[in-house]
Design a protein around this ligand. Structure first.
Ligand SMILES: [Zn+2]
Length: 570
């Protein structure tokens, strides 16, 4: 009942919230008819007592000042995971879902948000960006499914993630036209981009219980390198952009400021320290898990930097962030507490959403059946081959990875053969076949590392070759030899040559190399700890691997599978 009411309030507020949106170069005219709904909000104070009981139960202590506490529910880096995920954030099989072994998905997210709104019907729901990209629901529908889901869940605001630009400004605009809440980005000049000018605002004001809250969007400054915003979107300094918006909002009498930031946990701390007047930063982009109870967390929830509370809730809809913020009369944070809520198999899936997803999934078979390219021969991806020596599928995947980012200062590609799950036979290649080879929804990860550390990585790669392990490195842009007769991790690797400007040169231990791998290996998977510990300029969230390989096959059709002696077994 409470949830129902708050939904209605959400829906009726949409226009009013848009009316308060601030643009880069002009105030938007406010149609008088649009400003009618605020009365619906204040009506909800009746449920305040119930809210307080809810908090006391949840947090074990009563909030300091009644009515001055705001609950912020938040998600980030959802990446189109509308269906349940497994513990590796990839697709979860139906039988595992039945058994309660899956996480997340739209049908569980709605249940978690409903439960949170039972605790506080006035809760704000916001997103830290990167709803786009990551499953066939995005590939097929682009932003449409994300818009439908976020409208149904009653989001109050969102910032633009770099992946929201993956298909250019027009697709982002289509998404913005479909959603009933503000999508924000303060640190860019979009006035020269027709799809976004006078549409993509820097900040917006939302109301709760008679209080006004300023939302400011912030997007990673290197989005032009990570996605496709086009030449007309000019990114600017984050600190200056946010400071400017804070000052404008404060001048308008809005002193409760929430930054929705798709900039990563590190930048969020810099912004919090450098900008005066931010109360809360709801983050994204670095998929950072913060918690007060889980030892694997990157920090406490929230992390306080001065008076600013920073939160983020991992990624892929596995958690719903729930932060309770108490403000004093001057709009300063006096207390911020909470914990991300895990959305695991215990959370009941909403039946209506499950049915809707079945319907939405029907056309996805079209993608799986779509012929993307053809191969002149078998592309051998057999694990018995690819985990012990150079193999045609390893070369295809590594070559595709390298070509995708070779204009970003990347010299070599390294792919764990364990990420290669199948062969592709001669003839037509469907997207379904590519997905069978690369089913993990892994993303391209780029980084820099020293020649010496790269050697350590290669030693790890061949350290278990006699056990046919998935760490065996398939490569591009380089060649190497290995001798499995030598002791593991003690000089099996020799003759490493790296292609620089088309010419192969011996690996220089002191030099720095640009590497592309997948996010799993970059994070230390398959024993590649050295990448987790020593890599610099890391970016783990590039395009999905299966899309990169499909694009490469299209560009090189008919594809001629090959080995060329880049890996020599002595
Ligand atoms: Zn991102």
């Amino acid at each position: 009942m409470i949830t129902e009411n708050s939904r209605l309030a959400h829906a009726s507020l949409a226009n009013d919230r848009f009316a308060n949106v601030r643009f880069a170069n002009a105030r938007v005219g406010i149609p008088a008819a649009a400003r009618t709904a605020t009365g619906a909000v204040t009506r909800r104070t009746a449920s305040l007592a119930a809210t307080l009981v809810g908090f006391a139960t949840l947090l074990g202590n009563a909030p300091a000042i009644a009515g001055d506490t705001l609950t912020i529910l938040h998600t980030n880096d959802f990446h189109s995971r509308v269906e349940p995920i497994n513990k590796y954030d990839g697709p979860c099989a139906a039988e595992d879902n039945e058994a309660g072994a899956c996480f997340g998905g739209w049908a569980r997210l709605v249940s978690s948000i409903d439960a949170a709104r039972d605790r506080d019907p006035n809760a704000l729901l916001v997103d830290g960006g990167d709803q786009f990209q990551g499953s066939l629901f995005y590939t097929y529908y682009k932003g449409k499914v994300a818009a439908e889901m976020m409208n149904a869940l009653g989001y109050d605001g969102m910032t633009v993630g770099n992946h929201e630009f993956d298909d250019g400004p027009e697709v982002l605009r289509g998404f913005m036209d479909a959603v009933e809440f503000p999508v924000l980005m303060s640190n860019a000049d979009v006035s020269a981009e027709p799809a976004l000018a006078n549409k993509l605002a820097k900040s917006a004001v939302v109301e709760r219980d008679g209080e006004r809250y300023g939302l400011i969007g912030l997007t990673t400054e290197d989005t032009s390198e990570l996605a496709s915003p086009g030449p007309n979107v000019i990114f600017t300094d984050s600190v200056e952009a946010v400071q400017g918006e804070v000052e404008q909002l404060t001048a308008d009498g809005v002193d409760r400021i929430i930054v929705l930031s798709h900039s990563g946990f590190r930048v969020d701390q810099v912004v919090a320290a450098a900008v005066d007047g931010i109360d809360v930063i709801v983050g994204g982009h670095s998929n950072t898990f913060l918690s007060n109870t889980d030892e694997s967390a990157a920090g406490p929830y929230p992390l306080m930097v001065g008076d600013t509370a920073i939160v983020q809730a991992y990624a892929y809809g596995k958690y719903l962030g729930e932060l309770s913020v108490t403000f004093d009369d001057a709009g300063k944070v006096v207390e911020a507490t909470g914990e991300p809520i895990i959305i695991d198999g215990q959370v009941v899936e909403n039946e209506a959403v499950v049915s809707r997803l079945v319907e939405l999934a029907k056309p996805l078979d079209e993608i799986r059946n779509k012929v993307v390219a053809e191969s002149g021969d078998l592309i051998d991806g057999n694990r018995e081959v690819c985990r012990v020596r150079e193999c045609p599928m390893g070369n295809l995947v590594a070559d595709a990875m390298l070509e995708r980012v070779s204009d970003q200062g990347i010299d070599i590609a390294l792919m764990n053969s364990g990420g290669i799950r199948a062969s592709i036979d001669k003839g037509e290649i469907t997207m379904g076949e590519v997905l069978t080879v690369l089913p993990f929804q892994n993303t391209l990860a780029t980084f820099e590392i020293s020649g010496a550390d790269l050697l350590v990585a290669l030693e790890n790669g061949v350290s278990q070759v006699e056990e046919v392990q998935g760490r065996f490195p398939q490569v591009a842009g380089m060649t190497y030899s290995f001798d499995a007769a030598k002791p593991a991790s003690e000089g099996r690797i020799s003759d490493v040559m790296i292609a620089k400007d088309g010419e192969y040169q011996p690996l220089d231990p002191a030099a720095t190399y640009g590497v592309v791998s997948n996010n799993y290996v970059r994070g230390g998977g398959d024993g590649y700890d050295v990448f987790a510990d020593k890599a610099d300029n890391v970016y783990d969230y590039g395009p999905n691997l299966e899309d990169v390989v499909a694009d490469y096959l299209v560009a090189n059709a008919p594809y001629a599978p090959m080995t060329d002696g880049r890996i020599v077994a002595e």
